[in-house]
Design a protein around this ligand. Sequence first.
Ligand code: DC
Length: 222
Amino acid sequence: MIPVIAIDGPTASGKGTVAQLVAQALGYHYLDSGAIYRLAALTSLRAGLAADDEPALASLAALAAGLDIRFMDGQIWLSGESVGDTIRAEEIGNLASAIAVFPALRQALLARQQAFRRAPGLVADGRDMGTIVFPDAGLKVFLTASAEVRAQRRYKQLIEKGFPASISTLLQDLKDRDARDANRAAAPLKPAEGASVLDTTEMTVDQAVAQVLAWQAQKTSS
Ligand code: DC
């Protein structure tokens, strides 16, 4: 069985950075499942579909199942177009969260995410990696941090990418997104059973990575 490390958590918790570094350290593949939801959001935006229009979202689910998505050379490609930076915009993240409540869309994206499980192993980050997509993951981590620290991290990330940002708007958006992701009926954000909780509010990235690697070493030696 190909090993999986599932790293779930709220927005801007740092799970993407930590997951990528853990994958690098172990020589594993990496799945950014949020990027897949963001690509679906970008597709729905471009197709002019409203996020609260269920029939439109049913057609999005069909579209999403066939999206030409590639993670290559550190970039994200949608039908041959490099969209890695475009999908990082807050507008796309919020739309991704809005459409992610629809079970048909989640179902359409499930097999695509599971296909990332390849030897020698996978580190997957998202909201439901440990609960739904890889329930048999050998290590499940729930990575979190205070809303204030997450807003600051997201602010830094956006400014570095040249996007305009305001801390107070980000903090409010982030709280709204947490509430929506955690309270939806389909695959809500919550620690998986048996998940190790890692609160990184007062941790550096290196400390968080070291902790996940230590947990993984424990699992593989026991
Ligand atoms: O991790 P992120 O901020 O890139 O994710 C964007 C949104 O996509 C998130 O707010 C909810 C949705 N999402 C999801 O529902 N399930 C996942 N496994 C990953 C993301």
